[in-house]
Design a protein around this ligand. Sequence first.
Ligand code: UD1
Length: 347
Amino acid sequence: MSSKGKILVTGGTGYIGSITSAELIEQGYEVVIIDNLSNSEKDTLDRIQDITGILPHFYEYDLQEQESIERVITEHPDILGIIHFAAAKAVGESVEMPLHYYRNNIVPMINILESMKIHNISNFVFSSSCTVYGQPDELPVTELAPVKPAESPYGYTKQVNENLLKDTIQANKGIKGIALRYFNPIGAHLSGNLGELPLGVPDNLMPYITQTAIGIREELKVFGDDYNTPDGSCIRDYIHVVDLARAHVVALERMMQNKGKADYEVFNIGTGNGVSVLEIIDSFEKATGVKLNYKIADRRAGDIEQIWANTDFANNELGWKASLTLDQMTKSAWEWEKNYRESLKTN
Ligand code: UD1
């Protein structure tokens, strides 16, 4: 089969990276993954192969060493673009271990950009986050909203990396980059064969819900019902991870086909809808038929009350729009949780 070209995916065995890798392969690209497996499993590669029929190239390397990237690019001198997912993402942990977050999330970005310069690789997609907006003054939030002082080392690494990318592009003609500011990705690959695999107790809402429903956690705590929102729980813009994966392919092709308005661009990747924690629980129960054990608890320190995206720029300029529904998000997360637990029994 002739390929559309090679794409390097860092963090390609992780949650969003693996689903994007499957999407790239299904759209005809050849995928080269670098991942140090610090927060993912090698079996993910087999799952990608089960879905696509193709095993991606894989290197268990640490991106903190420039050598690692150089070795991979030397072996694959025809890489057309890089999607950089590899990073640690637990907000609370980043407050406890700031140096680890700065080193782990920022050094690889510098190394990759150096290698792009050396080897004239032009196209870069960066996993950024709506965390850069903090609690925005206006909702829905557009890409023009100011970046607020970061609430955590994790959030700060996203801001620093956006700046690293912007400055490198400004100083080096020929390098193009797109930062995708993800809102809240949830759900799983529609095959039910790839999804989120949190280490230990999940921090994030959706894996906590599915682990509670399957009996690993006793109950979900809803962090606060006294916010200034219609039902009192926090509001986020939850986006299906498959829609998010597709946004990466669209972003890459925008650069490869020279369709961008500027060499550095930023897009919000969300649905444009604000959904509360209680609405997520309601969708989960309706879409799966499973009753969830939950109770209202105190607010979680550091949570913002509400945020959702203005997606006009992504819809009109990038030419990408989220298409999967909230019920498809919660149902696919549940299918994945069940399949994954089942696979542990049979292995
Ligand atoms: C957080 C970060 C975000 C980061 C993302 C990835 C903040 C403000 N945001 O998103 O930058 O990219 O994690 O890890 O720190 N909830 C419960 N019970 C739970 C878990 C969560 O009620 O057991 C609620 C939270 O209060 C929140 C919503 O569910 O309202 C979503 O939480 P979560 O999935 O952790 O994502 P964010 O906090 O939005």
